[in-house]
Design a binder for this molecule. Structure first.
Ligand code: PEP
Ligand code: MN
Length: 228
């Protein structure tokens, strides 16, 4: 509720919360499940925001689709073709994250599974790819933004949080994404980032989020865009 209030007042239109979390370790916090979706939906509704959350398997698809506006498909599921086919039959827009070793063609083929299945509302998400670099969680592929926009009409959103895994890098990567033509950014924030149960190292404070949004707003007119 604290996040939703602050973010909506700062002009953020969509609230993300992960209720079903694909954690690399089985011992990490796995999310609150359906109860988390109820919290997310309540906060989004109270503050007039759209909501988005991840669907990890087809078993939960209808349930997640009932609670939230937009469905996120995670990097690990980008090539889960049976799940992608089922997404064709829901009306919710789908945020499709690029697999960590997926090429642009791989990503677009996955998007086509959803579109072919009957759901044209696909948003592509660049979230960093696996490279030889070890200082950052992944490597943000800035080239993906203009390239994907040339290859398709689909909107392209960037997730700088999972791309770098470090809160001190979120602002420059966000600005670079906006300058490269991204249609949106998805950023992990928390009222007390050190207490976040998931990915706290890459989570920024609400104050940092507010400051970053102001920077984005100053940058956008250079590209004849505005925050929406
Ligand atoms: C996430 O968005 O919380 C997430 C797990 O990201 P990815 O699927 O890109 O690793
Ligand atoms: Mn995360």
């Amino acid at each position: 509720m604290t996040s939703a209030r602050f973010l909506s007042e700062s002009g953020v239109r969509m609230l993300r919360g992960g209720a079903f979390k694909p954690r690399s370790s089985p011992y990490s916090f796995q999310g609150l499940g359906e109860r988390g979706l109820v919290y997310l939906a309540q906060a989004a509704e109270k503050y007039g925001m759209f909501s988005i959350s991840e669907v990890m398997d087809s078993e939960h698809l209808d349930m997640v689709a009932e609670h939230v506006d937009v469905l996120q498909i995670g990097a690990r599921n980008m090539q889960n073709f049976s799940l992608l086919k089922k997404l064709g039959s829901v009306s919710n827009p789908i945020l499709l994250k690029r697999g960590m070793s997926a090429t642009y063609d791989d990503l677009l083929h996955s998007a086509e599974y959803i579109v072919e299945g009957g759901n044209p509302h696909v948003i592509l998400c660049e979230r960093g790819i696996r490279t030889f670099e070890t200082k950052t969680r992944n490597t943000l592929d800035i080239t993906a933004i203009p390239m994907l926009k040339q290859m398709t009409h689909l909107p392209v959103v960037v997730d700088p949080s999972h791309a770098c895994g470090k809160r001190e890098l979120i602002a420059p990567l966000t600005l670079a994404s906006v300058a490269s033509g991204a249609d949106g950014v998805m950023i992990e924030s928390h009222p007390f980032p050190d207490h976040a149960l998931s990915d706290s190292e890459q989570t920024i404070s609400l104050d940092a989020m507010g400051a970053l949004l102001s920077e984005v707003e100053t940058l956008l007119p250079h590209f004849s865009k505005r925050l929406f």
